[in-house]
Write a protein that binds this ligand. Sequence first.
Ligand code: UDP
Length: 238
Amino acid sequence: MHDSGWKRVVLKLSGEAFAGDDQLGISPDVVRYVAAAISEAVAKGIQVAVVIGGGNMFRGAQLSQGGMERSRADYMGMLGTVINCLALQDFLERLGIETRVQTAINMSQVAEAYIPRRAIRHLEKGRVVIFGAGLGAPFFSTDTAAAQRALEIGAQAVLKGTQVDGVYDSDPRKNTTAVKFDRLDYNEVLTRGLKVMDATAVSLCMDNGLPIVVFDLMGRGNILRAVQGEKIGTIVCP
Ligand code: UDP
């Protein structure tokens, strides 16, 4: 399946994970931990691009339930992801890792514009590229952005670091008999409504045969294992 390991990956980090136990804002401990793990992967010669969510800041759908116009709320969500990107950039650079943030919404004072060919060049030079502002379009998610960016820059997998250690047939926090899947195909994810990524993201991966690995972000050594293509969490693949 992926015994030879990946050479270039997109690591998708949920915004919620960045908040740690606080639910809101950024936990420096979490970001430091994630940055250290990414630096180990880079030291092994693996090209790592990162997409970060914004669930610790704003989610457009939630804001619109409170009465905001959906598109504007989504733009707020996208801007929130950039704050997370800058935090990760800071902790990576303290470790001596060269990074570039590229955003789908132009903000030239803080980040480069998203230019896929330039992103690839950065990766080839051993830099970590952090993609911010999702796809730059409302009604999408950062999961979908991770899948799209992975396809466009020729990554071999999307690695989704979350707060659970894989995909289960029901919520393991509510159901003690929940069963974890080692491997799934895309159709099963979609028809059973399994919580991997949203349907748009899963469909995009399915149409292009892009593997998705779901794993526990904060488990010791997990990021390195996932990035190296070791068996971890749940893999969704053709
Ligand atoms: N968002 C968007 N378009 C995109 C990516 C993100 O509109 O291409 C907005 C959307 O409102 C979303 C928010 O940004 O709720 C934060 O992203 P997401 O919910 O994917 O973050 P995560 O759940 O991974 O923390």
